[in-house]
Design a protein around this ligand. Structure first.
Ligand code: NAD
Length: 306
């Protein structure tokens, strides 16, 4: 296969000074994209800031003959990051919302600050940066956006209530942006990575940490932001050189009453509960319109029986 390249494309990668974002920036830079390497340069809990992380990645891209510029703004001021792309390269085609922090505590100990900072970086940051790029994407009828979720968000994880809530929120954001972006050729997808980085160094066992190189995930994200990528609204889990789509499924469900004139009672809910949660005939719902059609079918069925 011919090499998939990004010549003429401009990519913004947030939080690209370390870990996963650094690998995304290096890969895109090596394939011809002009890259804005954004990184606030703080600690993993969001404290402090520095230019060092972003500068080092820009140097590595340039040393290999690529084109890159550093940006030190917080994603909370995402419009400034997009301005860096426009001021330096005149356009933006690709946005990878990757910046992240952790402030892990068991739920009872989460402070307002732990909650607000995690939501600011992950949710507000992805909102502000994407919204600043959105009008440009719409006008040029082209955009590739990646949100970064986590299995902690999809499935929950002890001590990560704030992070889990924010990370699943990003899936909701991507779901709606995939719909709003459809007619403008803006593809919005979500990566669920698991990789060795400073966020996971004290969570993953040492042998796993060694094996889970973030550069194994970068090509997955690279494909998801390439012009040949047609998917949108997808959640792709990737680690260790594997990638797999994941999504929600719905049980067939159960009526909670026999006729429209019957009441729904707590008892009738209890009587039907086994069928409510029976996943045997679960359906892979992809679009909200399928839920609506399903509702209309149920209503029709109900009226026919009454
Ligand atoms: P990392 O700490 O190595 O990199 C994150 C980078 O984001 C850091 O360089 C940091 O300075 C930067 N950053 C933090 N706040 C910022 C802000 N306000 N503005 C701009 N930059 C900021 O972490 P990583 O493991 O590479 O994580 C990257 C993303 O992947 C995060 O969103 C994280 O939640 C997510 N994630 C990682 C894993 C994993 O296994 N590593 C798992 C699930 C999700």
């Amino acid at each position: 296969m011919d090499q998939l390249r990004f010549d003429g494309r401009v990519a913004v990668v947030t939080g690209a000074g370390n870990g996963l974002g650094k690998e995304y920036a290096l890969l895109l830079g090596s394939r011809g994209a002009k890259v804005v390497v954004n990184d606030l340069g703080g600690a993993r809990d969001g404290a402090g800031q520095s230019a060092n992380f972003a500068d080092e990645v820009v140097k590595q891209i340039k040393d290999k003959g690529g084109v890159a510029v550093a940006d030190y703004n917080s994603v909370v001021e995402g419009e400034k990051i997009i301005k860096t792309a426009i001021d330096n390269f005149g356009r933006i085609d690709i946005l990878i919302n990757n910046a992240g922090i952790l402030r892990d505590r068991s739920f009872a100990k989460i402070s307002d600050q732990d909650w607000d900072l995690v939501f600011a970086v992950h949710m507000k940051g992805s909102f502000k940066t994407t919204q600043a790029a959105w009008e440009i994407f719409k006008k040029q009828k082209y955009g590739r956006v990646v949100m970064t979720s986590s299995n902690a968000g999809l499935l929950g994880n002890f001590g990560q209530a704030n992070y889990s809530a924010a990370k699943l929120g990003l899936v909701g954001l991507a779901n709606t942006l995939a719909i709003e972006g459809e007619k403008y050729n803006i593809k919005v997808n979500t990566i669920v990575p698991t990789a060795a980085s400073r966020l996971t160094q004290d969570i993953l066992p040492p042998s796993m940490f060694e094996a889970m190189k973030p550069d194994l995930i970068a090509p997955v994200v690279g494909y998801m932001v390439h012009e040949s990528f047609e998917g949108t609204g997808l959640i792709i889990d990737s680690t260790l050189g594997f990638a797999t789509k994941t999504h929600l499924v719905r049980a067939e469900g159960s009526a909670l009453r026999k006729k429209p004139t019957d009441p729904v009672t707590i008892e009738s809910v209890k009587q039907n509960w086994d069928k409510v949660v029976d996943m045997k005939d679960a359906k892979h719902i992809q679009k909200i319109s399928e839920v609506t059609v399903n509702l209309v079918d149920k209503l029709q069925d109900f009226e026919d029986r009454s």
